[in-house]
Design a binder for this molecule. Structure first.
Ligand code: FE
Ligand code: FE
Ligand code: ZN
Length: 278
């Protein structure tokens, strides 16, 4: 949900869309600089959240941040940016910030994973007493982005320690990365692998997106539910799975050119809810 006009507006948009949970960017998702949250804005946000009962509200980090950056200036800005993300989430009382692990920029996967782990350790050192976690997102593996294998996330967790890390699964990214979740049998195998390699206790959220690009394409393009290469039936499997169904799920599908509340969001929500076995 957009925070245009103030973070509290995101909660109102969520309610008008019919959401039970929402994900927000707490700052411009394509900007390095962020304006500080105003005290009144934080108060208004918490009041709206209580009134609407929307819970949890969680954050997604800025797309510019790369904790695996090889350029020292970019790396510095990324670590500072992530510290800011955690502090903003803390001020708003959000439980976690979903974050793309990072890209190795040609340094190689091992070096990239090591750098990302070191960056995360520094972020946690600089935000020592914060309860806010970072939920590493499974990625499509576009370019040199890491996180397209469950092993990458498990490796980062092993290096950094489990205390302040969690995982967010994105269905579009899973398919693009080559995890076939379309049929009951292959879906069960992917789920089993998640439990074995990462562990269900780390799962904090799901991004429910269909994919414009096919299995293994390594290209990240979100599509409306049921209209892409994943298809409606796979979402039935996700939404009724004993582990996936116990964590909050959010849409990151195109919102179209609408002011404020998107009817496309409402359509996607209605379709997803129709798949849930009561
Ligand atoms: Fe993401
Ligand atoms: Fe996502
Ligand atoms: Zn994506």
């Amino acid at each position: 949900m957009s925070i245009a006009g103030g973070v509290d507006k995101a909660v109102e948009r969520g309610q008008r869309t019919g959401c039970e949970v929402i994900q927000i960017f707490t700052r411009g998702n394509m900007q390095w600089r962020s304006r500080p949250l105003r005290a009144e804005e934080i108060v208004a946000f918490k009041a709206r959240r209580t009134e609407t009962g929307i819970a949890p509200v969680f954050a997604h980090d800025s797309y510019l941040i790369n904790l695996g950056a090889t350029n020292p200036v970019t790396l510095r800005m990324s670590i500072d940016g992530m510290v800011d993300e955690v502090q903003r989430a803390d001020a708003l009382g959000l439980p976690f910030v979903v974050s793309h692990p990072g890209a190795h920029m040609g340094a190689g996967e091992d070096a990239g994973l090591r750098r990302i782990a070191d960056s995360l350790k520094e972020v946690f050192r600089q935000t020592k007493n914060s309860p806010v976690k970072i939920a590493l997102e499974t990625t499509a593996g576009q370019g040199t982005n890491l996180g397209y294998r469950f092993e990458h996330l498990a490796d980062i967790i092993a290096r950094v320690g489990p205390e302040r890390l969690a995982v967010c699964v994105d269905t579009c990214h899973l398919l693009a990365a080559g995890y076939d979740i379309r049929e009951p049998k292959s879906f069960a195998a992917v789920a089993k692998e998640f439990g074995r390699v990462i562990g269900w206790k780390f799962l904090a959220a799901v991004h429910l997106n269909d994919s414009k690009t096919p299995l293994g394409s390594r290209v990240d393009r979100h599509e409306h539910i049921g209209k892409g290469h994943i298809g409606k039936e796979a979402f039935r499997l996700v939404l009724n799975h004993p582990h996936f169904s116990r964590v909050p799920g959010v849409l990151e599908t195109p919102k179209g050119d609408f002011e404020d509340v998107s009817p496309l969001d409402k359509d996607n929500l209605r379709l997803l809810r129709s798949l849930v076995k009561r």
